[in-house]
Design a protein around this ligand. Structure first.
Ligand code: APR
Ligand code: ZN
Length: 243
């Protein structure tokens, strides 16, 4: 681990006025949750267009539910890792103001983070395909759940490809991005909009960007500090340098 780069990132964080984080699937890798696009990524083994789109659900709700139930089972057996725990401790110490995550695994909240904006939804939340009924599961679903109010199919309350993000959450996200003078971007390929542009918005008004990733991404060329490594190792090491 490059101590000089870590020290540079720690200095930026310690001198920040409004420090926020953006995370992707890589932050949960040390919790043994597969990413989407890595060598063992979900989209390598499953067809996203067959599983994570409104038309896929309309065409074959039981296949889509089978896949989400499998992911719920996988995630249900996973624990927050040191990356999640470090971010939660930074919020407790007043260092980190807000955590924006693309992940639906709920591990940031299970690690104790409170000010979390889940822009792609929550794997454990269900919503009715017809009325406003919603519920939250604590164990994996079985079969196709139906709405107790109108008997329509319930679907995962996650953002599928081609769907828009929750406007209330997005209003909060954009106001946080405007306030932020430092944004740490952890474990995302920065390929999916609008989240991929969030760090660029911070940068546009003069904010600094720190990136933690095991490899370079399409935003690496515009970040102030790129720390190469595993989130579950880099974040605790970075934490050591924050008095
Ligand atoms: N530590 C840090 N970064 C890691 C680690 C790790 N241990 N392991 C993998 N990574 C990095 C990869 O290099 C990659 O850049 O995490 C990133 C994971 O990228 P994706 O699999 O594309 O996941 P993400 O960026 O979160 O995807 C965004 O796409 O499929 C949709 O809705 C889904 O929220 C998801 C969105
Ligand atoms: Zn209903």
């Amino acid at each position: 681990m490059n101590e000089v780069i870590l020290k540079e990132a720690a200095d930026i964080i310690m001198n920040s006025e409004y420090f926020i984080a953006l995370t992707g699937a890589g932050v949960s890798k040390e919790s043994n949750i597969p990413t989407f696009r890595g060598e063992d990524g979900l989209w390598r083994n499953y067809d996203a267009m067959e599983l994570a789109t409104p038309s896929a659900f309309a065409r074959n709700p039981s296949l889509v539910w089978e896949w989400y139930a499998w992911r719920q089972g996988l995630i249900g057996n996973c624990e927050p890792n040191p990356a999640h725990k470090t971010l939660s401790s930074w919020e407790n110490r007043g260092i980190l103001k807000t955590l924006i995550t693309q992940n639906v695994d709920g591990l940031h909240i299970r690690a104790g983070s409170v000010n979390v904006l889940e822009v792609h939804g929550d794997l454990w939340a269900l919503k009715c395909t017809s009325c406003d009924y919603r519920e939250r599961l604590s164990s994996p679903v079985s079969g196709i759940p139906t709405c107790p109010k109108c008997n329509s199919h319930l679907r995962p309350d996650v953002v599928w490809f081609g769907e828009s993000l929750n406007p209330q959450i997005m209003r909060k996200v954009y106001s946080e991005l405007e306030l932020a003078d430092v944004c740490i971007v952890i474990g995302t390929s920065a390929l999916v909009q609008p989240a991929a542009s969030f760090p660029l918005i911070v940068r546009q008004h003069g904010g600094r960007i720190i990136e933690i990733n095991i490899e370079k991404t399409i935003i690496s060329s515009v970040v102030d500090v790129h720390i190469s490594g595993k989130a579950g190792e880099i974040l605790p090491a970075l934490n050591e340098l924050l008095q």
